[in-house]
Design a protein around this ligand. Structure first.
Ligand SMILES: Cc1ncc(C[n+]2csc(CCOP(=O)(O)OP(=O)(O)O)c2C)c(N)n1
Length: 749
């Protein structure tokens, strides 16, 4: 019990000490320019700051000490400890944890220099504060223009620690925690704990994950973030990253010099997206992903097409030059004007780990974010048709702008589908190219939330904010996102905080509206220059190697440009995937006989009107099913609901997948369908259309009530239709989906 008495009195002493020290408690959140993040100058409230800071009001001792350390409660604690020593199971689990952590350590770790219980608890709170709010102090803005409120709970002085405590050793272990707080971490000095907290949470990455309610998921992330030492890449990886960043940068430069007046919606300022995506895909392939469906809007699309999906560069250049039309295909697949950054393509790409991964970039209309649910629908359809039951082989990736991610309702609606059993794709990876301006709107004017990604918190998705000028940090979080998705099969967000070197497009003048920002941007080095300088400075690469990479990339770009002059487009260039038998707008489909033989109608009719013997359906529903059975038997009086069910059933018999989706599709808005019947005693559900053919796969007929988002429903369903030639039936309130009809359905088929 000596530990306890010593701890108790030492704790009180520590509190008195800290109370006696003026200004040791930070009283307010401070505003610091984002570049001023040097550990030693910001981690403690300095004397100079303390002198100008308001003098803290006296705090009653009772509010600062842990009450169980005082008076009669100490006797109680001694009793508890005695009981625990005899039998750990005799005390509550929380006390068992407490004694195991603190008593065990205090007696067995001579290195801990006078650590009191109260200090341990305060240190724990400090670590927690970094986990929750460390991102507020992270160095995220490459332009260092953003002024952020640094929460006071990141100041060790708030917890009573001073410079004098820096070299004291502390144990932090807590039962069932990972990272800093795991029980098997060695004892560390306060200085090293604070340094590592700063590195882990306040460097180029700001992690937001403490909103996630699942402890296992938080621990998984803590293990990845709070590693004993920061992650390091070897020289081979660095050269690959440099090569990829050179491609991304040179590609935009090349287009800018060849087509000076063309709109590109270039990626300048956010070029690390490309190496980030490539590393994300490589990691995903290592973890079992075979196919990736990508959706994105204008920003950086040509760069993604050329450098990630590997659309032939000559083809892209030919589109810039106006290209020649294929003589034999005139009128079949045509397009004009700005079509080059709306087109999609697909490609089988070799990965760094020696695998192949199929990539397809879905065609995109001007409407921002409209493509989101289509990507989800296509991914889900691919999972169904490739029997990807655990959804680990097909992955959807969405790339957003910061303005669009925060502003477009379709983003929230798509996120909300992500966890529904009949809509999930096992997690989408979202990447935000956050150039901190939307057209001419500053973030402060464009949204109420702190981050443009806050909407994803509703989904318990982790969010990794990263400084877009730090290539290795971008690559790190891109890999982490891939690992998260393959581990937890849920959405994750990478927010690349970057800037837009030019205007909204290349012929816009950004200084009309963002003069201060663009003054900084004009003299800001590119991410490529920053990375080259970093590698040179650390002796990790020689100038000749950098020159060699630049020269190689330039010569390939020039070669492809020469080849683009004779490039003849093929009709398949217009399709995101190469579909054999896909009709052009001028070709007419064969009119098919959709009738079926009466015997088939009778057979399927039996299946759709039969309920299991033991099933206790509602009285009225039972009667409806008896009447339906008579209609099938006699062939007379067949009503709308039976006609519809027969249509679905015969589609199934012919091998088609049928998907019904809407807010009240299971019962039917007019209580007519009853495609899912509920047992009145057990609540069990039975869907007769799941039993039309022998050993029918449950997903072959999918009927699913869901939230009321018409646009997502149609977009999601559209891909089952266009990719797999299924049929779409549209019903009421359909006008909400007119965007999807105009932009996809009308042109799709
Ligand atoms: C639904 C829709 N609304 C408006 C527009 C017009 N528009 C095109 S780009 C853009 C700004 C988008 O900003 P952000 O998402 O931040 O992307 P950035 O262009 O900055 O990369 C707008 C409003 C559009 N294309 N689609």
């Amino acid at each position: 019990m000596a530990w306890f008495r010593a701890a108790s009195s030492a704790a009180k002493l520590a509190v008195r000490r800290s109370l006696a020290r003026p200004g040791s408690y930070a009283t307010k959140a401070r505003i610091l320019p984002s570049h001023n993040r040097d550990f030693h100058s910001t981690v403690f409230t300095s004397r100079a700051q303390a002198a100008t800071a308001p003098i803290p009001r006296p705090v009653p001792l009772s509010r600062l000490t842990d009450s169980f350390l005082d008076g009669s409660s100490s006797v109680y604690l001694e009793e508890l400890q005695r009981a625990w020593e005899e039998d750990p199971d005799s005390v509550d689990e929380s006390w068992d944890n407490f004694f195991r952590n603190f008593v065990g350590q205090a007696t067995t770790s001579p290195g801990i220099s006078g650590q009191t219980i109260q200090e341990s608890m305060r240190l724990l709170l400090l670590v927690r504060a970094y986990q929750v709010n460390g991102h507020m102090k992270a160095n995220l803005d490459p332009l260092a223009l953003e002024e952020r409120h640094i929460p006071e709970d990141l100041d060790p002085a708030l917890y009573g620690f001073s410079e004098a405590d820096l070299d004291r050793e502390f144990f932090l272990g807590v039962w069932k925690m990972a990272g800093f707080l795991s029980e098997n971490r060695p004892v560390q000095t306060l200085r090293s704990i604070l340094t590592r907290l700063q590195q882990a949470y306040c460097g180029s990455v700001g992690y937001e994950y403490m909103h996630i309610s699942d402890r296992e998921k938080c621990n998984w992330l803590r293990d990845k973030i709070e590693t004993p030492t920061p992650t390091q890449y070897n020289s081979e990886r660095r050269v690959v990253m440099l090569d990829r960043l050179t491609w991304s940068t040179q590609f935009e430069n090349f287009l800018a010099t060849k087509w000076t007046a063309a709109k590109r919606f270039g990626l300048e300022g956010g070029e690390t997206l490309i190496p980030g995506m490539k590393e994300m895909f490589d990691r995903s392939a290592d973890l079992g992903v075979e196919s990736i469906v990508i959706g994105m809007s204008h920003r950086g699309r040509l760069n993604v097409l050329g450098n990630v999906v590997r659309k032939p560069l000559r083809q892209i250049f030919s589109e810039f030059s106006g290209g020649t039309r294929p003589v034999d295909e005139v009128g079949l697949y045509t397009g004009t004007g700005d079509v080059k950054y709306h087109l999609g393509t697909s490609y089988d790409r070799p990965t760094r780990g020696g695998k192949r991964i199929h990539l397809s970039l879905v065609a995109n209309p001007s409407h921002l974010e409209a493509v989101d649910p289509l990507v989800i629908g296509k991914t889900r359809a691919k999972q169904y048709y490739s029997n990807d039951v655990d959804r680990t082989r097909n992955l959807g990736i969405l790339i957003h702008g910061d303005g669009s991610f925060a502003g477009q309702g379709v983003v929230y609606e798509t996120l909300h589908l992500s966890g529904l059993p009949n809509y999930t794709t096992g997690g989408t990876i979202h990447i935000v190219v956050n150039n901190q301006v939307a057209f001419t709107t500053d973030p402060q004017a464009g949204r109420s939330s702190q981050y443009c990604t806050d909407v994803a918190k509703a989904l318990d998705a982790p969010i990794f904010h990263v400084n877009g000028d730090d290539l290795e940090a971008v690559v790190h979080v891109c890999e982490l996102a891939a690992e998260w998705r393959q581990t937890f099969h849920s959405d994750v967000v990478v927010d690349i905080v970057c800037y837009r070197r030019f205007g909204h497009n290349e012929i816009d003048e950004p200084s009309f509206t963002q003069p201060k920002m663009y003054k900084v941007i004009r003299s800001h080095p590119s991410a490529l220059e920053i990375y080259q300088q970093k590698l040179l400075k650390n002796g990790q690469i020689a100038q000749e190697d950098i020159d060699k990479i630049q020269k190689k990339v330039n010569s390939i770009l020039n070669e492809e440009f020469m080849n683009s002059k004779d490039y003849v487009p093929k009709k398949r260039d217009w399709l995101a995937a190469y579909w054999s038998g896909f009709k052009s707008p001028e070709q007419i489909s064969r009119v098919r006989n959709t009738g079926v033989k009466p015997e088939i109608l009778k057979n399927v009719g039996k299946a759709i009107t039969t309920l299991p013997d033991t099933f206790k359906a509602h009285r009225a529903v039972k009667k409806i099913f008896e009447q339906r059975s008579q209609m099938i038997e006699s062939g007379e009086g067949i009503d709308w609901a039976v006609g519809e069910a027969l249509a679905f059933a015969t589609l199934l018999v012919e091998g088609n997948h049928v998907r019904l989706s809407g807010q009240d599709v299971e019962r039917g808005t007019f209580s007519h369908r009853h495609s899912v019947v509920h047992d009145q005693e057990t609540g069990e559900q039975y869907c007769p259309l799941d039993h039309v053919i022998m050993n029918q796969d449950e997903e072959m007929f999918t009927v699913s009530n869901r939230l009321y988002f018409i646009q997502e429903f149609l977009s999601l369903t559209l891909f089952w239709h266009t990719y797999f030639f299924t049929c779409i039936f549209l019903t009421c309130f359909f006008y909400n989906a007119s965007l999807v009809v105009n932009k996809y359905l009308k042109y799709g088929s």
